[in-house]
Design a protein around this ligand. Structure first.
Ligand code: CMP
Length: 224
């Protein structure tokens, strides 16, 4: 049996997608939303499946991927807290466009297709937030297509590290652990090539590996 936890309006208020809703709309939504935990490595959505729900990430990270019949994968995006997925199939009634798998233990909110569509019809701000999310995704996809077509593997690795970095005490630090295999799947290169490029970036003084995090030096912009 699947365990669902109750969802408070306070939790919903902290979800960017719902931040603009009024209290009575949040209260209605709280009755329609479910909260569930999933262990690492769980396939939440499989490409080609029929669509039924929208998902919102409360905690943890997930990868959005496509694979072929030989098991080769390309990672389209990494999603984290506050982001949502599964909206595409709900909006155009097509099967799932990609698979989504947890990279670590995750807590997700789910809302059914019917309730999501009712909420959208009821609230322009919510529709706007979904559109903004789609635009953000399109911008990221454009950047990715550009870097695949125009950059070598050094540039692609440098750009990915810059995108993943957080500003910590005046430094750009990549703290999220991503395997070299996953980096390779995100930039269309082999794991061996990614290892070589990371080593070269380290030797060249562009990055400094500190345990599980990577500090990026300002000159990494030159490697891009
Ligand atoms: P849907 O097609 O319903 O199911 C798979 C989901 O993956 C999709 O909705 C989006 O939410 C998400 N997705 C697909 N492509 C991308 C992408 N390029 N970047 C981020 N998320 C994506």
């Amino acid at each position: 049996m699947v365990a669902y936890a109750n969802v408070s309006t306070l939790l919903l208020r902290n979800v960017p997608l719902f931040a603009m809703l009024q209290e009575h709309q949040l209260a209605l939504l709280a009755g329609a939303v479910r909260r569930r935990s999933f262990p690492r490595g769980t396939a939440i959505i499989a490409a080609g499946d029929a669509t039924d729900s929208l998902y919102i990430v409360i905690s943890g990270r997930l990868k959005v991927l496509m694979s072929d019949e030989h098991g080769r994968e390309v990672i389209l995006s990494i999603l984290g807290p506050g982001e949502f997925f599964g909206e595409m199939g709900l909006l155009d009634d097509s099967p799932r466009s990609a698979s989504v798998v947890t990279l670590e233990a995750c807590e997700l909110l789910t809302i059914s297709k019917t309730d999501f569509k009712l909420s959208l019809a009821d609230n322009f701000e919510l529709s706007l937030m979904v559109m903004r999310g789609l635009v953000k995704r399109l911008r990221e996809a454009d950047r990715k297509i550009g870097s695949l077509a125009l950059m070598d593997v050094y540039g692609r690795v440098a750009r990915l590290l810059l995108e993943m970095a957080d500003d910590i005490d005046g430094e750009k630090i990549v703290v999220k652990k991503l395997s070299k295999q996953d980096i390779a799947k995100m930039i269309g290169a082999s794991r061996e090539m990614v290892s070589r490029v990371m080593k070269d970036l380290q030797l060249g003084g562009y990055i400094e590996v500190r345990g599980r995090s990577i500090a990026l030096r300002d000159n990494i912009l030159l490697a891009e």
